[in-house]
Design a protein around this ligand. Structure first.
Ligand SMILES: Cc1ncc(COP(=O)(O)O)c(C=O)c1O
Length: 489
């Protein structure tokens, strides 16, 4: 075969075509941000609607970019839920910001694999520094070292794996659970579902996850934790890890960390702190009470990709003993050895995946663009809006707030006078949430608290202002009262 006939791919775009397309996209991105409020928050899409518009197999020949972009606007966009809409009050936020988006553009262009120092020295050293900036910003004691993970679920998995190895003298990594005493893990009945998933992935077994009782504020009861640990010990199990939640997903309850840390210390149990959403609020010094006792924790995770203006994904995982994490996760085949050895951080050993994106860049851009004060103002603003809304809900005689509101999540329900049948109240509130979401004007989700349906109103989008909250609350009231006048079929 001659050189001339060697098969090669024609570039789909040369650099000039890329430049034109990229400029077009940047204009579109700015317009999208500018006009996002004209879109329905939750996608008004039926299952299968996108599937039926996309060919079942890949095209044989390349297509021009203009056609792809048309299809993006025609097929994809109408079926997107707009997470950055200021009336997005569902789940927890996954907010972003212009500096973060710009950093993501650069990250995509560099397209570096940041698995070891040598494969991207700047990415590694910026990550080291950004983790220490964050550590200081949220008031974690010196000595904690951080790494960016894709998600809190992955970080908690790392915590459980490390705790498992500590509890078994590093034996499970070597020979599996053969001959081992069963381990036990503890979280409250309100702990996030990722804990259960991670317990199963770590091989500890779902049945060994103890769901500890909560108090009337949905926070873990320390005495119940201690009793469970003692009962497991007496039954011959090895208590391996407690996961304390700072900001549960259901109602943002804050587990009493100091008391839990004391129990963990006395019983020699690993303490992992899951502050996935609420951790961002620790940049406000007056909220540091939430982590009293943190100096005794072994690991801590929070997600700047939830509430700190940094695009998904960016989860900050901190550990007090990096060597324990490295002992648990590092594997060094010949092809990954580099001459720098232990003089540098090779973040591939600090988490599950080998390959890693350059995620520190967006943190750097965000923190420098807003400054700590700008980020504090944003979070204070969200908390103030939540406090005001909680007050208005509490004052309405046909609504009730169902849990304390320490931060920016309000759990509430509609409870018209004279309606006492709990199942009917549940169904009414379910219909209320569906009506609001179908209207496209706001997006709310729900949970169950003490078995009852609760509407979650979570405030945390970058551009959410008081008038968005007011408008959503007005609509909730009007829709609820309309439901009673014309009940849902
Ligand atoms: C308390 C808590 N923990 C863990 C998670 C899981 O986070 P991720 O999606 O980063 O895995 C969430 C998600 O909302 C959460 O609220």
């Amino acid at each position: 075969m001659t050189a001339a006939s060697t098969p090669h791919a024609e570039p789909a775009m040369d650099v000039d075509e890329f430049r034109d397309a990229a400029h077009q996209l940047v204009d579109w991105m700015a317009d999208y941000m500018d006009t996002i409020e004209s879109r329905p928050v939750r996608a008004p899409t039926l299952p299968g609607a996108v599937l039926e518009q996309i060919p079942e197999a890949a095209p044989e020949s390349g297509e021009p970019f203009a056609r792809l972009f048309d299809d993006f606007q025609r097929i994809i966009l109408p079926a997107m839920t707009h997470w950055q809409h200021p009336s997005f009050f569902a789940y927890f936020p996954a907010n972003t910001s212009p500096p973060s988006i710009l950093a993501e553009m650069l990250t995509a262009t560099l397209a570096a694999q940041c698995m070891s120092w040598q494969t991207s020295p700047a990415a590694t050293e910026l990550e080291q520094t950004m983790m220490d900036w964050l550590r200081q910003m949220i008031g974690l004691p010196a000595g904690f070292e951080g790494v960016i993970q894709d998600s809190a679920s992955s970080a908690t998995l790392c915590a459980l794996l490390t705790a498992r190895e500590r509890a078994t003298g590093d034996r499970v990594n070597e020979r599996g659970f053969v001959g081992e005493t069963a381990l036990a893990v503890y979280g409250s009945t309100e702990c996030h579902s990722s804990i259960e998933k991670d317990v199963t992935i770590a091989g500890i077994g779902r049945r060994q996850l103890r769901k500890i009782a909560v108090d009337e504020n949905y926070a873990m009861v320390p005495a119940a934790l201690e009793a469970a640990i003692e009962a497991d010990r007496a039954a011959g199990l090895v208590p391996a890890c407690v996961v304390a939640a700072i900001g549960t997903t259901g109602s943002s309850a804050i587990d009493p960390l100091a008391a839990i840390a004391d129990i963990c210390r006395r019983h020699g149990v690993w303490l992992h702190v899951d502050a996935a959403w609420a951790g961002s609020a620790l940049i406000l010094p007056d909220y540091r009470w939430m982590i009293d006792g943190i100096e005794h924790a072994d690991s801590f995770v929070f997600n700047p990709h939830k509430w700190l203006l940094t695009n998904f994904d960016c989860s900050a995982y901190f550990v007090r003993d990096p060597d324990a994490l490295l002992r648990t996760l590092s594997i060094l085949p010949d092809y990954l050895k580099t001459r720098e050895g232990q003089r540098v951080h090779d973040y591939r050993d600090w988490g599950v995946p080998l390959g890693r994106r350059f995620r520190a860049l967006k943190l750097w851009f965000v923190i420098r663009s807003y400054g700590v004060r700008g980020l504090q103002d944003l979070i204070r603003g969200h908390i103030a809006m939540a406090e005001r809304l909680a007050g208005e809900i509490a004052a309405a005689d046909d609504f009730e707030v169902l849990a304390p509101v320490p931060l920016a999540l309000i759990c509430f329900r509609y409870r018209p006078k004279g309606l006492d049948e709990e199942d009917r109240i549940d169904r009414l509130n379910e219909a209320l949430v569906e009506r609001i979401n179908d209207s496209g004007t706001a997006y709310l989700t729900h949970t169950r608290l003490a078995g009852r349906y609760a509407i979650r109103f979570s405030i945390g989008q970058t551009t959410t202002a008081q008038h968005h909250v007011d408008a959503a609350w007005r609509r909730v009231r009007a829709t609820a009262r309309g439901l009673i006048e014309a009940p849902a079929s």
